[in-house]
Design a protein around this ligand. Structure first.
Ligand SMILES: Nc1ncnc2c1ncn2[C@@H]1O[C@H](COP(=O)(O)OP(=O)(O)OP(=O)(O)O)[C@@H](O)[C@H]1O
Length: 122
């Protein structure tokens, strides 16, 4: 195994992640929500399987946002002109983020709503 190559790949990935966080408001919103959900998970002492579900959702949403940003930048490199196919490509990328974000909301609801309900005595 080429250890130096592995470290280089990780460094490049971190640089990309920092770039997306700096440049994309939606990514910063996802990160704030992810931090809030993590704190809520600690407060409600989630079970192991609940952590698995929550962490998977967070990872999927952040990853989708990174992929969407990559697609947007490639599209902008292809042309700055209005183009119907560029619109379709960007809208499909945005749809990918929307699908995982809605999935995360459903999973988060299934995990947290019963706990919040029990805490407030519903
Ligand atoms: N070159 C283009 N040709 C046609 N439609 C485009 C083009 N660039 C963006 N759009 C469309 O315009 C709408 C708004 O795009 P906008 O430029 O505001 O955001 P974005 O480039 O998709 O993402 P961001 O704002 O995060 O950079 C979307 O429906 C998008 O698909």
């Amino acid at each position: 195994m080429n250890f130096r190559k592995l470290v280089r790949s990780l460094t490049i990935g971190c640089a990309g992640l920092i770039d997306v966080i700096r440049s994309e408001q939606n990514m910063r919103i996802h990160c704030v929500v992810a931090a809030g959900v993590t704190v809520a998970g600690l407060v409600f002492a989630l079970a192991a399987w609940e952590w698995v579900a929550v962490v998977l959702c967070i990872g999927l949403v952040l990853s989708a946002e990174c992929m969407n940003t990559a697609l947007e930048r490639l599209a902008d490199r292809v042309t700055q002109e209005r183009d119907p196919l560029i619109k379709q490509a960007k809208d499909c990328g945005a749809a990918a983020v929307l699908v995982v974000a809605l999935t995360a909301v459903v999973v988060g609801g299934a995990v947290f709503v019963p706990k919040i309900g029990a805490a407030v005595g519903w």
